[in-house]
Design a protein around this ligand. Sequence first.
Ligand code: SAH
Ligand code: SF4
Ligand code: F3S
Length: 455
Amino acid sequence: MSVRREQPVKDNAGRTSRKLYIETYGCQMNVNDSEIVAAVMVQNGFELVEKPEMADLILVNTCSIRENAELRVRVRLRELGSLRKTNPDTRIGVIGCMAERLKEKLLEEDRSVDLVVGPDAYRDLPKLMWQVESGQKAVNVLLSEEETYADITPVRLDANKISAFVSIMRGCNNYCAYCVVPFTRGRERSRDPDTILREIEELASAGYREITLLGQNVDSYSWGKNGEVLTFSGLLARVASGFPEIRIRFSTSHPKDMGDDVLLTMAAYDNICKSIHLPVQSGSTRILSLMKRRYSREEYMQRIEAIRQILPDCSVSTDIIAGFCTETEEDHQQTLSLMQWVGYDYAFMFKYSERPGTFAARKYTDDVPEEIKIRRLNEIIALQSQLSYKSKQQDVDKIYEVLVEGRSRKSADEFVGRTSQNKVVVFPRGTSKPGDLVRVKIHGFTSATLLGNLI
Ligand code: SAH
Ligand code: SF4
Ligand code: F3S
């Protein structure tokens, strides 16, 4: 790892070590960013601690995707701010998407915040912390067109040591009308594939068995010099052939960009998991067009047909937004009928939340009344729970290869793991150990997991 060392931070007592606590909100990208932040800070003399009460510096890695996500963080910041009554020297920093969206405003709104750092400025954190220690407030929210933290080996903060995230790109150029991400994360840029492979190599040597390649739109990954361009399917093939012992997942695919090349590469390698997250957002072409998703209902269906044909055992999950601007009952019915047609295995479902500065906030009216949004969302959730039930029911009596992650929440005698299709399975542990790939026959299911036995 080659993180530049900033000046060592010393307090009045001459200590150079500092205790850092990081709390993470939002998507998988943010989880991985916190690991990058941890790496930068550890290289600069910080030590990670597990409780905010123990920390000299608390960093809250934040999400702006919906208003509720921001409200949660604000409540938490107030709680953390009250820790200062007992630990007056504790510093609090806001990093991530809210830092980028709100910038200096965060310092004005909440006096306990000392530090505001956006997603492309994490290398600057040690220096900014130094500034904070000298009694100033510090802000860096510059976005970059190049930063991918390619050379930084994330410090893994997860407990299981089996499965890890690897970012392959940052930012997003899509500007979907509802979405704040292009504003908080900046321009899309891809990471040097050699550094991606090196990171996976290190994970493999450390005993990791599964990696998830991350990007807001992985299908537009592109790394090229001299006319030779490595696309996402090319990268997938390099990773899959280079690490046959490692399971590979990726997220998120975009329906307008996910070509057959990606599906064919998935089919060609057993170690690429047969699971695709393909956010649809709405089943109505009119709404999709207002959302600037750049595909129609029919084009989306055509992508699903390609998945069914090329990868017959692939699971499909999605994201859905209920109550986008001007959505009628007819549009909503189209979302329900498309869900029914696809038969999603899993879905993340949201109520539309207007985000300041987005195209929708500037040009459309958020005109679906709250109670109608809630009712439609509830209908979507009810339908999805039927579809998830059906999906699990179809797994009964089948045998799946399961990567063992660790003990189940309920009992030390049971392990939990995932199938290639990303379904969670609980089974009596027998002689298996975390990290093993075992064969499990499914005999039943609960609302959240499949139940099986080792064979
Ligand atoms: N890059 C991914 C997802 C990013 S955000 C993609 O393009 O699909 C994750 C999900 O949050 C989105 O898929 C969308 O369903 C939801 N989302 C984003 N902005 C939202 C908003 N303003 N209101 C409600 N849901 C939103
Ligand atoms: Fe947001 Fe659209 Fe980019 Fe996804 S693709 S992050 S929804 S702008
Ligand atoms: Fe949230 Fe930022 Fe991720 S807004 S969903 S943390 S990219």
